[in-house]
Design a protein around this ligand. Sequence first.
Ligand SMILES: [Zn+2]
Length: 122
Amino acid sequence: MSSVLSIHQRLERVTPELFTRFFYAKKVPEMSCFWCHTANMSIPQMDVTPVAAYNPDSESTSGGASQSSSYVGYICINPTQPTSVLSYQYRIICKKCGFTNHIAVHPILNWLEENAGNNREV
Ligand SMILES: [Zn+2]
């Protein structure tokens, strides 16, 4: 049984780079809006600043030590089942007309975890 925390931990490993690599691996053509066909799409991202990287004594703001990362933002569509991976989706939003695509998280998590430990580019 997986906990709520472990699902969020799994989802936080999906960086924007891995997200786009997944679609490339699955041979999905360039993302464009289903309605207006523009390619001007946005993927919500959440920033993560590692606690260990925060150093108030550091005067440098450009050093590699204070790197933050980000992961693809997701939504919970079924709050009554927060431990189910099926309750979560990604959104890809058209910046022109606002049409929103919803993508189930589990194919991406499965792909990511199947390829974990495999350093080859997929
Ligand atoms: Zn659109």
